[in-house]
Design a protein around this ligand. Sequence first.
Ligand SMILES: NC(=O)c1ccc[n+]([C@@H]2O[C@H](COP(=O)([O-])OP(=O)(O)OC[C@H]3O[C@@H](n4cnc5c(N)ncnc54)[C@H](OP(=O)(O)O)[C@@H]3O)[C@@H](O)[C@H]2O)c1
Length: 326
Amino acid sequence: MRINLGIIGCGSIAGHFANDIKYTKHCRLYAVGSRSQKRAKGFAKNHNAACAYSSYHQLLADPAVDAVYVATPHPFHMQNTLDAIAAGKAVLCEKPFAVNAAQAAEMIRTAKKKKVFLMEAMWTRFFPAMIAVREWLDEKAIGHVLSIRADFCAAFNKGPKHRINDPKLGGGALLDVGIYVVSFASMVKSAQPKKISSSVHMTKTGVDDQAALLFDYQDGTTAQLGCSSRHSIPAQGWIYGTKGTICIHENFYHPNKITLCRDGKKEITRNFRHRGLGFRYEADFFAKCVLDGKTDNDIISHEETLAIMKTTDKIRKQWKLKYPFE
Ligand SMILES: NC(=O)c1ccc[n+]([C@@H]2O[C@H](COP(=O)([O-])OP(=O)(O)OC[C@H]3O[C@@H](n4cnc5c(N)ncnc54)[C@H](OP(=O)(O)O)[C@@H]3O)[C@@H](O)[C@H]2O)c1
């Protein structure tokens, strides 16, 4: 069984996601919606979508669309999602799910009320390598977790008008790439930090482009996390426990290789191969949930998505970073 998927916004990540649809078991790329007819047509042709719509509303009005993937810049995630829910379509919404917790709460509340499936597109969670990491954690392969480290620092090299630097488009490294390290820590701990310390560097346009985050948890665990849009370092994730360590090799946010060490010795390295970039895992999981009539999921639940947004709100508050539309 396959669902008919529509894509809202024919930008960069939408193209990568659409490329991977052919590797899924449960999705068919049926329609694309763009603010521009030309872009919609070109995108539909490149990715074999049956319908190209010159507005998001036209796509949502098509009864054959079962679900949509929202791939617009973050400030539009809430309205695009609310419009899709109003049209009765299930929604897979790109990360960050919203700009702040208030928006996320509104999206979740509306989905629950309408009994429509809604999920954050945190693709990292669905990779077989990350599922294997969660299995190691569940079976206490490294004992109790003491500390977490992760970095997502990637030089964007873009001008002030690019969305990463533009406050009107929800710019900043935290919501774009930092969200992965915050989400990684949340996955490992199944909790949010009780104390957050941070250092930040801001751009001339008024958004963050480099930050160091230190999380303290209720049980004494710490997390050291880094994000940047102005320089690159290997994007690895590390989990240190009482009996060993787990390394998620670069790039940890779409992982292919993981290593478990115990007593200081390398015990197991697992390599994972797949076709495409790996969007098929979240896409198939999402589609299966839709086919099964679910309203929430237990890999990135509504509750956790909202808790993560509350954490990023707290971090931005420390930096006094408020977007013009907030
Ligand atoms: N999962 C991942 O690995 C990943 C990677 C990169 C980005 N993302 C997320 O995906 C979202 C989109 O990022 P992107 O890099 O694909 O951005 P992008 O290349 O700028 O594309 C965004 C698209 O959104 C639509 N849009 C609607 N209103 C817009 C406006 N006022 N200004 C600009 N675009 C507007 C446009 O499509 P039309 O003109 O066709 O309507 C545009 O092409 C972001 O939230 C980002 O965090 C996720």
